[in-house]
Design a protein around this ligand. Structure first.
Ligand SMILES: NC(=O)c1ccc[n+]([C@@H]2O[C@H](COP(=O)([O-])OP(=O)(O)OC[C@H]3O[C@@H](n4cnc5c(N)ncnc54)[C@H](OP(=O)(O)O)[C@@H]3O)[C@@H](O)[C@H]2O)c1
Length: 331
């Protein structure tokens, strides 16, 4: 899967079913007769592909362009190392300097099985999968909210999609969640193995989306925050695990769970649905709701009880805000 997708100026929306209103919410808030007749472009005006390795991103870009041909939307590459808060801040600055709108942000990149710390000294899986994304989202939120206020954008059409995982279920033991002091020291409680630490970072993805929805309600911010598990997808995610002999039994267990793994093409359905399903369209899967955690595609309620623990989610929110304070001041 791609590293990270940021999509400004996304004006391409799925065609609305015949006779269906665009958005009741939007019309209540801001009547816009003139917009109805406006022709809608059929593709994003621009996509940012953010990656820690620009050579890899260039290769991915070439592949995308050759597959999409003349239909390919303009794609810009953006250097982003989620393991460095400075790098995240620089990437967000670049977007803000270059764009006047940002419609969709997909927080997709992730690591599984990595050991060590981020450049800022946090446990690596938590640092990359949660903290790096959290800073990116928070720094770009003003631009997203600004976009959501535009007359040609419906409430809830601006989206932040956070790719979590069913692996949130490995975030055990529940009584030590969240072990912030350990995570700050670059480690995690000794009873927490690699999978538990990965699970913890994915639990954080689910909690963070729920807290964003709580702190920035869609009716006020215009932005919808969605967390999802993409399914068991054949990607490079498990590569690092194979280099760790002592987790081979875990790997085998996982492989068992992964029976029925899907292709990358199918694995992105959830993200695409969450990012682009039109506001107010109720047929089929229906539209995603802010703060909800979905399994593929559009299935609610698949998480563990911990995934819906508002107290733990609030603790994570508070810690994250405090930790990122230096970067958020004045943003
Ligand atoms: N595959 C599954 O079955 C599955 C299941 C549940 C959830 N997920 C989630 O889906 C998301 C995508 O994973 P994937 O399966 O597509 O794995 P993947 O093929 O390994 O892709 C992960 C991407 O994240 C990038 N990345 C890693 N560390 C980064 C950093 N510090 N800064 C910026 N980018 C970084 C990687 O960049 P490089 O190319 O430079 O390594 C890679 O492009 C992850 O959040 C994962 O937790 C996957």
């Amino acid at each position: 899967m791609n590293c990270q997708g940021l999509t400004p100026s996304w004006q391409a929306r799925h065609p609305r079913p015949h006779g269906q209103s665009h958005s009741r919410n939007r019309r209540q808030r801001r009547p816009r007769q003139a917009n109805r007749a406006r022709p809608r472009p059929t593709r994003p005006a621009k996509i940012y592909l953010a990656a820690r390795s620009l050579p890899k991103a260039e290769a991915a870009l070439k592949e995308i362009q050759s597959k999409a041909g003349s239909n390919c939307a303009p794609i810009a590459l953006l250097h982003l190392d989620l393991a460095s808060l400075d790098s995240v801040a620089r990437a967000a600055e670049k977007i803000k300097a270059q764009e006047s709108r940002l419609d969709i942000l997909i927080a997709n990149a992730g690591v599984l099985g990595a050991e060590g710390t981020t450049k800022d000294g946090y446990e690596i899986q938590f640092g990359v999968n949660h903290l790096g994304h959290a800073l990116l989202i928070r720094l770009l939120l003003p631009l997203l909210m600004h976009t959501a206020q535009r007359d040609d954008v419906a409430v809830g059409e601006t989206r932040v999609v956070i790719v979590g995982s069913f692996a949130e279920k490995f975030a055990a033991p529940a009584d030590v969640i969240y072990p912030f002091e350990e995570l700050e020291r670059g480690g995690a409680p000794s009873m927490m193995g690699i999978m538990a630490r990965y699970g913890l970072s994915k639990l954080a993805n689910v909690h963070y989306a729920a807290q964003l929805a709580r702190h920035y309600p869609e009716g006020e911010s215009g932005v919808r925050f969605v967390a999802l598990h993409p399914g068991a997808v054949r990607t490079n995610l498990g590569e690092l695990l194979k280099t760790w002999p002592r987790v081979q039994s875990v790997l085998r267990r996982l492989m068992g769970l992964f029976v029925g793994m899907v292709s990358v093409e199918e694995g992105v359905w959830g993200q695409l649905w969450a990012a682009t399903w039109p506001v107010g369209r109720v047929d089929g899967i229906g539209e995603p709701r802010s703060g909800v955690f979905y399994h593929p595609v559009g299935v609610e309620g698949g998480g563990t009880p911990l995934a819906y623990d508002e107290g733990k989610a609030a603790e994570l929110w508070e810690w994250t805000e405090n930790t990122l304070k230096g970067y958020l001041e004045g943003a």
